[in-house]
Design a binder for this molecule. Structure first.
Ligand code: UD1
Length: 410
Protein backbone atom coordinates (compact mmCIF):
# COMPACT_ATOMS: atom_id res chain seq x y z
CA UNK A 1 0.00 0.00 0.00
CA UNK A 2 1.24 3.44 -0.91
CA UNK A 3 0.93 6.45 1.38
CA UNK A 4 2.05 9.97 0.46
CA UNK A 5 2.58 12.31 3.38
CA UNK A 6 2.80 16.07 2.87
CA UNK A 7 4.69 18.65 4.96
CA UNK A 8 5.28 22.28 4.08
CA UNK A 9 5.55 24.67 6.99
CA UNK A 10 7.12 24.57 10.44
CA UNK A 11 4.06 23.33 12.36
CA UNK A 12 3.67 20.33 10.01
CA UNK A 13 6.97 18.66 10.84
CA UNK A 14 6.19 17.68 14.44
CA UNK A 15 2.75 16.41 13.40
CA UNK A 16 4.14 14.22 10.60
CA UNK A 17 7.23 12.78 12.34
CA UNK A 18 5.35 10.39 14.68
CA UNK A 19 3.25 9.12 11.76
CA UNK A 20 6.40 8.26 9.82
CA UNK A 21 7.71 6.46 12.88
CA UNK A 22 4.46 4.57 13.37
CA UNK A 23 4.56 3.49 9.70
CA UNK A 24 8.12 2.22 10.18
CA UNK A 25 6.95 0.29 13.27
CA UNK A 26 4.06 -1.18 11.30
CA UNK A 27 6.48 -2.38 8.62
CA UNK A 28 8.91 -3.86 11.13
CA UNK A 29 6.11 -5.76 12.88
CA UNK A 30 4.49 -6.68 9.55
CA UNK A 31 7.77 -8.14 8.28
CA UNK A 32 7.45 -10.77 11.03
CA UNK A 33 3.73 -11.43 10.72
CA UNK A 34 3.54 -11.18 6.92
CA UNK A 35 1.19 -8.14 7.01
CA UNK A 36 1.18 -5.80 4.01
CA UNK A 37 4.05 -3.28 4.00
CA UNK A 38 3.55 0.45 3.65
CA UNK A 39 5.50 2.15 0.90
CA UNK A 40 5.60 5.85 1.74
CA UNK A 41 6.69 9.04 0.04
CA UNK A 42 7.43 12.20 2.03
CA UNK A 43 6.69 15.37 0.05
CA UNK A 44 7.96 18.77 1.32
CA UNK A 45 6.31 21.66 -0.50
CA UNK A 46 8.99 24.15 0.58
CA UNK A 47 6.44 26.67 1.91
CA UNK A 48 8.98 27.20 4.68
CA UNK A 49 12.52 27.07 3.34
CA UNK A 50 14.87 28.84 5.79
CA UNK A 51 17.11 26.32 7.52
CA UNK A 52 15.88 27.66 10.88
CA UNK A 53 12.21 27.21 9.85
CA UNK A 54 12.63 23.83 8.17
CA UNK A 55 15.96 21.92 7.99
CA UNK A 56 16.64 22.10 11.73
CA UNK A 57 13.39 20.22 12.37
CA UNK A 58 14.32 17.22 10.24
CA UNK A 59 17.32 16.34 12.35
CA UNK A 60 15.70 17.26 15.68
CA UNK A 61 12.65 15.12 14.96
CA UNK A 62 14.49 12.25 13.22
CA UNK A 63 12.37 12.90 10.16
CA UNK A 64 13.74 11.20 7.06
CA UNK A 65 14.73 13.67 4.35
CA UNK A 66 11.90 14.36 1.92
CA UNK A 67 11.67 12.11 -1.14
CA UNK A 68 10.26 15.05 -3.10
CA UNK A 69 10.95 18.75 -2.51
CA UNK A 70 8.70 21.15 -4.40
CA UNK A 71 10.69 24.30 -3.52
CA UNK A 72 7.68 26.59 -3.60
CA UNK A 73 8.82 29.33 -1.19
CA UNK A 74 6.97 32.47 -0.12
CA UNK A 75 4.35 34.43 -1.99
CA UNK A 76 0.90 35.95 -1.72
CA UNK A 77 -1.67 33.40 -0.54
CA UNK A 78 -3.18 32.81 -3.98
CA UNK A 79 0.17 32.53 -5.73
CA UNK A 80 1.68 30.30 -3.04
CA UNK A 81 -1.33 27.96 -2.92
CA UNK A 82 -1.52 27.79 -6.73
CA UNK A 83 2.17 27.04 -7.07
CA UNK A 84 1.95 24.20 -4.55
CA UNK A 85 -1.05 22.79 -6.41
CA UNK A 86 0.67 22.95 -9.77
CA UNK A 87 3.81 21.21 -8.58
CA UNK A 88 2.03 18.69 -6.35
CA UNK A 89 -0.31 17.58 -9.14
CA UNK A 90 2.64 16.28 -11.18
CA UNK A 91 4.01 14.38 -8.21
CA UNK A 92 0.63 12.86 -7.44
CA UNK A 93 0.06 11.77 -11.02
CA UNK A 94 3.40 9.99 -11.04
CA UNK A 95 3.23 8.44 -7.56
CA UNK A 96 -0.50 7.71 -7.42
CA UNK A 97 -0.70 6.60 -3.77
CA UNK A 98 -3.67 4.97 -2.07
CA UNK A 99 -3.82 7.72 0.53
CA UNK A 100 -2.50 11.30 0.79
CA UNK A 101 -1.97 12.49 4.37
CA UNK A 102 -2.06 16.26 5.05
CA UNK A 103 -1.70 17.90 8.46
CA UNK A 104 -2.88 21.09 10.16
CA UNK A 105 -4.13 24.25 8.52
CA UNK A 106 -1.38 25.81 6.42
CA UNK A 107 -1.56 26.66 2.73
CA UNK A 108 0.25 23.41 1.85
CA UNK A 109 -2.54 21.46 3.59
CA UNK A 110 -5.43 22.79 1.53
CA UNK A 111 -3.39 22.96 -1.69
CA UNK A 112 -2.45 19.26 -1.65
CA UNK A 113 -5.85 18.11 -0.39
CA UNK A 114 -7.58 20.02 -3.18
CA UNK A 115 -5.35 18.55 -5.88
CA UNK A 116 -5.98 15.04 -4.52
CA UNK A 117 -9.74 15.58 -4.42
CA UNK A 118 -9.70 16.33 -8.15
CA UNK A 119 -7.45 13.51 -9.23
CA UNK A 120 -9.58 11.61 -11.73
CA UNK A 121 -10.42 8.01 -10.87
CA UNK A 122 -9.76 5.52 -13.65
CA UNK A 123 -11.33 2.14 -14.38
CA UNK A 124 -8.38 0.50 -12.58
CA UNK A 125 -8.08 2.74 -9.59
CA UNK A 126 -10.21 5.07 -7.51
CA UNK A 127 -8.70 8.44 -6.63
CA UNK A 128 -6.40 8.50 -3.60
CA UNK A 129 -8.12 8.99 -0.24
CA UNK A 130 -7.39 12.22 1.65
CA UNK A 131 -6.53 11.90 5.33
CA UNK A 132 -6.53 15.11 7.39
CA UNK A 133 -4.53 15.07 10.62
CA UNK A 134 -5.84 17.69 13.10
CA UNK A 135 -9.34 17.93 11.64
CA UNK A 136 -12.32 19.74 13.12
CA UNK A 137 -10.62 22.66 14.88
CA UNK A 138 -12.53 25.93 14.43
CA UNK A 139 -11.80 29.49 15.57
CA UNK A 140 -15.02 30.67 13.84
CA UNK A 141 -12.96 33.60 12.57
CA UNK A 142 -12.95 33.53 8.79
CA UNK A 143 -10.52 36.43 8.56
CA UNK A 144 -7.80 33.91 9.49
CA UNK A 145 -6.34 32.18 6.43
CA UNK A 146 -5.90 29.06 8.56
CA UNK A 147 -9.64 28.88 9.32
CA UNK A 148 -10.45 28.82 5.60
CA UNK A 149 -7.81 26.13 5.12
CA UNK A 150 -9.27 24.04 7.97
CA UNK A 151 -12.89 24.21 6.84
CA UNK A 152 -12.16 23.48 3.19
CA UNK A 153 -9.72 20.66 3.90
CA UNK A 154 -12.17 18.95 6.25
CA UNK A 155 -14.98 19.12 3.71
CA UNK A 156 -12.98 17.35 1.00
CA UNK A 157 -11.25 14.80 3.24
CA UNK A 158 -12.19 11.12 3.45
CA UNK A 159 -10.57 10.37 6.81
CA UNK A 160 -10.66 13.07 9.49
CA UNK A 161 -8.37 12.62 12.47
CA UNK A 162 -9.51 14.73 15.42
CA UNK A 163 -7.31 15.93 18.30
CA UNK A 164 -9.90 17.13 20.83
CA UNK A 165 -13.62 16.73 21.50
CA UNK A 166 -14.55 20.18 20.16
CA UNK A 167 -13.50 18.86 16.75
CA UNK A 168 -16.13 16.11 16.92
CA UNK A 169 -18.85 18.66 17.72
CA UNK A 170 -17.75 21.05 14.96
CA UNK A 171 -17.65 18.39 12.26
CA UNK A 172 -21.04 16.98 13.30
CA UNK A 173 -22.57 20.49 13.11
CA UNK A 174 -21.15 20.91 9.62
CA UNK A 175 -22.83 17.70 8.51
CA UNK A 176 -19.70 15.59 7.94
CA UNK A 177 -20.54 11.88 8.04
CA UNK A 178 -19.55 10.32 11.35
CA UNK A 179 -17.98 7.24 9.70
CA UNK A 180 -15.24 9.47 8.27
CA UNK A 181 -14.32 10.93 11.68
CA UNK A 182 -11.84 9.38 14.13
CA UNK A 183 -10.94 10.83 17.54
CA UNK A 184 -7.31 9.76 17.80
CA UNK A 185 -5.54 12.43 19.89
CA UNK A 186 -2.69 14.72 19.05
CA UNK A 187 0.42 13.77 17.09
CA UNK A 188 2.10 17.05 18.11
CA UNK A 189 1.92 15.75 21.69
CA UNK A 190 3.35 12.40 20.48
CA UNK A 191 6.41 14.34 19.28
CA UNK A 192 6.61 16.36 22.46
CA UNK A 193 6.51 13.31 24.74
CA UNK A 194 8.94 11.33 22.57
CA UNK A 195 11.45 14.19 22.57
CA UNK A 196 11.65 14.76 26.35
CA UNK A 197 14.96 12.93 26.91
CA UNK A 198 16.63 14.66 23.99
CA UNK A 199 15.25 18.03 25.10
CA UNK A 200 17.29 17.68 28.30
CA UNK A 201 20.47 17.57 26.20
CA UNK A 202 19.76 21.03 24.73
CA UNK A 203 22.27 23.66 25.83
CA UNK A 204 20.07 26.61 24.93
CA UNK A 205 19.51 27.66 28.56
CA UNK A 206 23.26 27.92 29.10
CA UNK A 207 23.83 29.75 25.83
CA UNK A 208 21.24 32.31 26.88
CA UNK A 209 22.65 32.41 30.43
CA UNK A 210 19.36 31.33 31.92
CA UNK A 211 21.02 29.03 34.46
CA UNK A 212 22.73 30.49 37.50
CA UNK A 213 25.11 28.91 40.07
CA UNK A 214 23.53 28.32 43.50
CA UNK A 215 25.57 29.62 46.47
CA UNK A 216 28.87 28.25 45.28
CA UNK A 217 27.84 24.59 45.83
CA UNK A 218 28.43 23.75 42.19
CA UNK A 219 24.78 23.25 41.27
CA UNK A 220 22.91 25.53 38.90
CA UNK A 221 19.36 26.76 38.98
CA UNK A 222 17.16 27.95 36.12
CA UNK A 223 16.28 31.62 36.49
CA UNK A 224 12.64 32.60 36.04
CA UNK A 225 12.10 33.81 32.48
CA UNK A 226 9.25 34.21 30.02
CA UNK A 227 9.07 32.93 26.44
CA UNK A 228 7.35 34.92 23.69
CA UNK A 229 6.34 34.09 20.11
CA UNK A 230 4.32 36.30 17.74
CA UNK A 231 3.81 35.77 14.04
CA UNK A 232 0.10 35.98 13.20
CA UNK A 233 -0.40 38.52 10.40
CA UNK A 234 -3.27 40.25 12.28
CA UNK A 235 -0.90 40.85 15.23
CA UNK A 236 2.39 41.69 13.57
CA UNK A 237 1.68 43.06 10.09
CA UNK A 238 0.83 46.57 11.22
CA UNK A 239 2.60 48.87 13.62
CA UNK A 240 -0.41 49.68 15.79
CA UNK A 241 -1.36 46.10 16.67
CA UNK A 242 2.25 45.00 17.26
CA UNK A 243 2.95 48.04 19.45
CA UNK A 244 -0.24 47.42 21.46
CA UNK A 245 0.94 43.89 22.27
CA UNK A 246 4.45 45.08 23.15
CA UNK A 247 2.90 47.66 25.52
CA UNK A 248 0.91 44.82 27.10
CA UNK A 249 4.22 43.05 27.82
CA UNK A 250 5.87 45.99 29.60
CA UNK A 251 5.17 44.85 33.20
CA UNK A 252 6.37 41.33 32.40
CA UNK A 253 9.51 42.75 30.76
CA UNK A 254 10.19 44.77 33.91
CA UNK A 255 10.06 41.69 36.15
CA UNK A 256 11.39 38.91 33.89
CA UNK A 257 13.75 38.36 30.98
CA UNK A 258 11.54 37.63 28.00
CA UNK A 259 13.12 35.39 25.37
CA UNK A 260 11.61 36.07 21.95
CA UNK A 261 12.60 33.76 19.07
CA UNK A 262 11.04 35.81 16.29
CA UNK A 263 9.55 34.41 13.08
CA UNK A 264 11.09 35.99 9.93
CA UNK A 265 7.76 37.73 9.24
CA UNK A 266 7.87 39.41 12.67
CA UNK A 267 11.54 40.34 12.38
CA UNK A 268 10.78 42.16 9.13
CA UNK A 269 7.85 44.05 10.63
CA UNK A 270 9.88 45.17 13.65
CA UNK A 271 12.53 46.64 11.36
CA UNK A 272 10.08 48.21 8.91
CA UNK A 273 8.02 49.80 11.67
CA UNK A 274 11.01 51.07 13.66
CA UNK A 275 10.03 49.18 16.82
CA UNK A 276 13.60 48.13 17.73
CA UNK A 277 13.54 50.18 20.93
CA UNK A 278 11.32 47.56 22.58
CA UNK A 279 14.05 44.91 22.33
CA UNK A 280 17.50 43.81 23.37
CA UNK A 281 19.17 42.31 20.35
CA UNK A 282 20.92 39.23 21.65
CA UNK A 283 23.07 36.70 19.94
CA UNK A 284 23.18 33.14 21.21
CA UNK A 285 26.64 33.33 22.69
CA UNK A 286 28.21 34.04 26.01
CA UNK A 287 27.37 37.74 25.78
CA UNK A 288 23.66 36.96 25.57
CA UNK A 289 21.49 38.24 28.38
CA UNK A 290 20.77 36.48 31.63
CA UNK A 291 17.56 37.19 33.45
CA UNK A 292 19.18 39.89 35.59
CA UNK A 293 19.04 41.88 32.38
CA UNK A 294 15.28 42.27 31.99
CA UNK A 295 13.43 43.22 28.83
CA UNK A 296 12.63 41.40 25.62
CA UNK A 297 15.59 39.62 24.03
CA UNK A 298 15.04 39.05 20.35
CA UNK A 299 16.74 35.91 19.04
CA UNK A 300 16.54 33.83 15.86
CA UNK A 301 13.84 31.14 15.42
CA UNK A 302 14.94 28.04 17.34
CA UNK A 303 15.12 24.38 16.34
CA UNK A 304 12.64 21.91 17.81
CA UNK A 305 14.67 20.65 20.78
CA UNK A 306 15.97 24.08 21.84
CA UNK A 307 12.50 25.56 21.59
CA UNK A 308 11.00 22.71 23.60
CA UNK A 309 13.63 23.26 26.27
CA UNK A 310 12.86 26.99 26.40
CA UNK A 311 9.14 26.24 26.64
CA UNK A 312 9.42 23.52 29.27
CA UNK A 313 11.45 25.62 31.69
CA UNK A 314 9.67 28.96 31.16
CA UNK A 315 7.76 30.54 34.04
CA UNK A 316 5.17 31.68 31.49
CA UNK A 317 4.71 31.55 27.70
CA UNK A 318 3.03 34.36 25.74
CA UNK A 319 2.09 33.43 22.18
CA UNK A 320 -0.26 33.78 19.23
CA UNK A 321 0.61 30.33 17.85
CA UNK A 322 -1.89 27.48 17.66
CA UNK A 323 0.50 24.62 18.39
CA UNK A 324 2.19 26.29 21.36
CA UNK A 325 -1.17 26.51 23.15
CA UNK A 326 -1.29 22.72 22.93
CA UNK A 327 2.34 22.08 23.79
CA UNK A 328 2.15 24.23 26.95
CA UNK A 329 -0.95 22.27 28.01
CA UNK A 330 0.98 19.05 27.33
CA UNK A 331 3.87 20.32 29.48
CA UNK A 332 1.77 21.99 32.20
CA UNK A 333 3.31 25.43 31.57
CA UNK A 334 1.21 28.60 31.99
CA UNK A 335 0.30 30.13 28.64
CA UNK A 336 -1.22 33.48 27.67
CA UNK A 337 -2.61 33.54 24.13
CA UNK A 338 -2.62 36.93 22.44
CA UNK A 339 -5.73 36.37 20.32
CA UNK A 340 -9.46 36.96 20.62
CA UNK A 341 -10.30 33.33 19.93
CA UNK A 342 -8.82 29.87 19.85
CA UNK A 343 -9.57 26.87 17.69
CA UNK A 344 -8.16 24.74 20.52
CA UNK A 345 -10.65 25.32 23.37
CA UNK A 346 -9.53 22.26 25.32
CA UNK A 347 -6.33 24.14 26.20
CA UNK A 348 -8.45 26.74 28.02
CA UNK A 349 -11.13 24.41 29.44
CA UNK A 350 -8.88 21.75 30.93
CA UNK A 351 -5.42 23.07 30.20
CA UNK A 352 -3.09 25.86 31.09
CA UNK A 353 -4.13 28.50 28.59
CA UNK A 354 -5.81 31.92 29.00
CA UNK A 355 -7.11 33.95 26.06
CA UNK A 356 -5.96 37.52 26.59
CA UNK A 357 -7.26 39.33 23.51
CA UNK A 358 -4.96 41.76 21.72
CA UNK A 359 -5.31 44.95 23.82
CA UNK A 360 -2.64 45.95 26.31
CA UNK A 361 -4.83 45.85 29.47
CA UNK A 362 -6.19 42.36 28.71
CA UNK A 363 -2.68 41.07 28.09
CA UNK A 364 -1.32 42.55 31.32
CA UNK A 365 -4.19 41.12 33.33
CA UNK A 366 -3.91 37.63 31.82
CA UNK A 367 -0.18 37.62 32.56
CA UNK A 368 -0.78 38.68 36.20
CA UNK A 369 -3.39 35.94 36.56
CA UNK A 370 -1.08 33.28 35.14
CA UNK A 371 1.87 34.34 37.29
CA UNK A 372 -0.30 33.88 40.40
CA UNK A 373 -1.74 30.57 39.24
CA UNK A 374 -0.98 27.39 41.16
CA UNK A 375 -2.38 23.87 41.09
CA UNK A 376 -2.63 21.10 38.59
CA UNK A 377 -4.37 20.89 35.26
CA UNK A 378 -5.80 17.93 33.38
CA UNK A 379 -4.25 16.42 30.26
CA UNK A 380 -6.80 16.24 27.43
CA UNK A 381 -8.09 12.83 26.34
CA UNK A 382 -5.76 10.86 24.04
CA UNK A 383 -2.87 13.32 24.42
CA UNK A 384 -0.90 10.30 25.49
CA UNK A 385 1.85 9.86 22.92
CA UNK A 386 0.00 7.14 20.98
CA UNK A 387 -2.06 9.17 18.46
CA UNK A 388 0.11 8.32 15.44
CA UNK A 389 -0.20 4.58 16.10
CA UNK A 390 -3.99 4.93 16.07
CA UNK A 391 -3.83 6.89 12.82
CA UNK A 392 -1.63 4.36 11.04
CA UNK A 393 -3.91 1.50 12.10
CA UNK A 394 -6.89 3.30 10.53
CA UNK A 395 -4.90 4.18 7.38
CA UNK A 396 -3.94 0.54 6.95
CA UNK A 397 -7.55 -0.64 7.32
CA UNK A 398 -8.78 1.88 4.74
CA UNK A 399 -5.96 1.28 2.35
CA UNK A 400 -6.70 -2.46 2.46
CA UNK A 401 -10.38 -1.76 1.70
CA UNK A 402 -9.33 0.45 -1.19
CA UNK A 403 -7.01 -2.21 -2.60
CA UNK A 404 -9.85 -4.75 -2.48
CA UNK A 405 -12.03 -2.32 -4.41
CA UNK A 406 -9.32 -1.82 -7.04
CA UNK A 407 -8.91 -5.56 -7.50
CA UNK A 408 -12.65 -6.08 -7.87
CA UNK A 409 -12.75 -3.31 -10.52
CA UNK A 410 -9.78 -4.63 -12.48
C1 UD1 B 1 2.51 29.81 8.14
C2 UD1 B 1 1.08 29.31 8.36
C3 UD1 B 1 0.69 29.51 9.82
C4 UD1 B 1 1.72 28.89 10.75
C5 UD1 B 1 3.09 29.48 10.43
C6 UD1 B 1 4.15 28.91 11.32
C7 UD1 B 1 -0.37 29.55 6.36
C8 UD1 B 1 -1.53 30.26 5.83
N1 UD1 B 1 0.13 30.03 7.55
O1 UD1 B 1 2.47 31.21 8.35
O2 UD1 B 1 -0.56 28.89 10.05
O3 UD1 B 1 1.36 29.16 12.09
O4 UD1 B 1 3.38 29.18 9.06
O5 UD1 B 1 5.36 29.51 11.09
O6 UD1 B 1 0.09 28.61 5.78
N2 UD1 B 1 9.41 33.40 5.66
C9 UD1 B 1 10.78 33.31 5.65
N3 UD1 B 1 11.35 32.07 5.69
C10 UD1 B 1 10.61 30.94 5.73
C11 UD1 B 1 9.20 31.05 5.71
C12 UD1 B 1 8.62 32.29 5.69
O7 UD1 B 1 11.49 34.30 5.62
O8 UD1 B 1 11.20 29.84 5.77
C13 UD1 B 1 8.80 34.74 5.63
C14 UD1 B 1 8.52 35.20 4.24
O9 UD1 B 1 8.77 36.57 4.18
C15 UD1 B 1 7.04 34.99 4.05
C16 UD1 B 1 6.52 35.16 5.46
O10 UD1 B 1 7.56 34.70 6.33
O11 UD1 B 1 6.47 35.86 3.15
C17 UD1 B 1 5.28 34.36 5.71
O12 UD1 B 1 5.49 32.99 5.40
P1 UD1 B 1 4.26 32.03 5.02
O13 UD1 B 1 4.68 30.62 4.89
O14 UD1 B 1 3.50 32.61 3.91
O15 UD1 B 1 3.31 32.15 6.28
P2 UD1 B 1 3.65 32.14 7.82
O16 UD1 B 1 3.41 33.48 8.38
O17 UD1 B 1 4.97 31.50 8.10
Amino acid sequence: MKIMIVVGARPNFMKAAPIMEAMARHNAEGAKSGAEQIEWTLVHTGQHYDSRMSDAFFSDLNLPLPDVFLGVGSGAHGAQTAEIMKRFEEVLQKGYPDIVVVAGDVNSTIACALVTSKMPATAERPRPLIAHVEAGLRSFDRTMPEEINRVLTDHISDLLFVTEESGLRNLAKEGIASEKIFFVGNTMIDSLLAAQKKVETSTVLDRLQLRAPVNGNGSRKIKPYALLTLHRPANVDNRESLEEILEGLKDLAASHAIIFPAHPRTQKQIEQNGLQSYFNFASQDASAPGSERKGISLIEPQGYLDFQSLMKHARIVVTDSGGIQEETTGLGVACVTVRENTERPVTVETGTNILAGVRREGIRQAIRQQLERTGKHAVPKFWDGAAAGRIVEILVQHSAKKLELEHSQA
